[in-house]
Design a protein around this ligand. Structure first.
Ligand SMILES: Cc1ncc(COP(=O)(O)O)c(C=O)c1O
Length: 411
């Protein structure tokens, strides 16, 4: 693919990114924002970030770090103080014993994943990714030269990977399995009983490593007990990368701090990648993350309770719409609803809803509600709502979706 700009200069992107584009989530967000700027009252239920502010004591710690002059490069993959706090966090909250040498800090959990894939994948290495999944997994694997292997997990299985499906997907080229619990986009989470049989399968395949993305650990609801594989199966800990971060739990998406615990050799290899990309995470953000991990934690259950009320509101509202069914998520701040009952319907404008992409595009245009189609996450026909927004907005959005769907006709 060669692109020509107005001056006639040819641009040829590298093969590794030639087939990739900016994520559909960002594209929908940009379109909705443009509509808003044009004066249309769009409700955006697409964003993957909490709507509350970074806690005051965290901002204060950042200001103090700046005042102390902590504005220079730091140690490559995390300051000693932050790494020590992460060791302590894993011990306190997950019952995991990592040494400081087994900890890495990066510019967001996204960079942690990127470093891990760049550090380990050779061309053709396969990475098993249960879908629906966070869209970045596929493209990070591709950029690193690997081959993402999708294993579809439908709603009937609670969107969770089943051990038989995992076993069937493993080949001699499989290098990693990626798991995310609670999940973006489904909100589904793996309890101990869900993890155990998967870990048994992995025990029988020593070449397969496990990357677990625990980003939404602190947004879990009543009746669900969060757990993480390295704590459940110490015999596998030597080939597990436990990824986490401060973005979602502490409303710190813009500070860009993610971290992981894993075997020292892997952590060292990831540091090599980081040393030639960002050099180190932002010094001020690291001071802020340190305050988040070591400061008062009572905001975490408070926020989770808040999100749970919104989840209940959205799930009940969606299930009341004929043609839509929505499973009750165990965590995160997303619902992933099935809209198969609306596929084939005719819109008042005379169009046909042939897919979840059509449904979301039509809703954005006519009801001015922005949501992301399941296709963007690898499973159709579904749509994802991020309910990290006010209850008033959620109620208004549900009213608009309900009214819009009532105008659809089916033969
Ligand atoms: C499942 C999952 N993992 C990781 C991330 C990235 O987090 P960070 O902001 O730390 O890069 C996200 C962000 O949306 C996510 O949904």
């Amino acid at each position: 693919m060669t692109l020509q700009d107005q001056t006639g200069v040819a641009f040829r992107p590298a093969e590794r990114i030639a087939t990739l584009g900016v994520s559909e989530i960002l594209q929908i967000g940009a379109k909705a924002a443009a509509m808003k700027r044009a004066g249309r009252p769009v409700i955006i239920l697409g964003a993957g970030e909490p709507d509350f502010d970074t806690p005051e004591h965290v901002k204060q710690a950042a200001a103090e770090a700046m005042a102390r002059g902590e504005t220079k490069y730091t140690a490559l993959d995390g300051t000693p103080a932050l790494k020590a706090a992460i060791v302590e966090k894993f011990k306190r909250e997950n019952g995991l014993d990592y040494t400081v040498a087994e900890i890495t800090v990066a510019t967001g959990a996204k960079q942690v994943l990127y470093n891990a894939m760049m550090a380990t994948l050779d061309p053709g290495d396969e990475v098993i990714i249960p879908t629906p999944c966070w869209t970045s997994y596929f493209d990070i694997v591709r950029i690193a030269g690997g081959v993402p292997v999708a294993v579809p997990c439908d709603g009937a299985q609670g969107f969770r990977l089943q051990p038989e499906a995992l076993a069937a997907a493993i080949t001699p080229k499989t290098h990693w399995l990626m798991l995310n619990s609670p999940s973006n986009p489904t909100g589904a989470a793996y309890a101990e009983a869900d993890y155990r049989p998967l870990l048994e399968v992995l025990r029988a395949h020593p070449q397969v490593w496990l990357m677990v993305d625990d980003m939404y650990e602190h947004i879990c609801y009543e009746g669900f007990r969060f757990t993480t594989p390295a704590a459940l199966e110490p015999r596998l800990k030597g080939r597990i990368l436990t990824v986490n971060g401060v973005s979602k739990a502490y409303a710190m998406t813009g500070w860009r701090i993610g971290y992981a615990g894993g075997p020292e050799a892997l952590i060292k290899a990831m540091a090599v990648v980081q040393s030639q990309s960002t050099s180190c995470p932002c010094s001020i953000s690291q001071a802020a993350a340190l305050a988040a991990l070591t400061g008062p934690q009572d905001l975490l259950p408070e926020r989770a309770a808040d999100f749970q009320r919104r989840r209940d509101l959205v799930v009940a509202g969606l299930n009341a719409i004929p043609g839509i069914t929505c499973r009750l998520p165990e965590g995160a701040f997303y619902t992933f609803a099935d809209c198969s009952g609306l596929i084939g319907a005719t819109t008042p404008e005379g169009g046909t809803i042939a897919s979840d992409r059509d449904f979301c595009a039509w809703l954005l245009e006519t009801a001015e509600v922005a949501m992301v189609p399941g296709a963007a996450f690898g499973l159709s026909p579904y749509f994802r709502i991020s309910y990290a927004t006010s209850e008033a907005e959620l109620r208004e959005a549900l009213a608009r979706i309900t009214a819009a769907c009532a105008r659809l006709t089916r033969d």
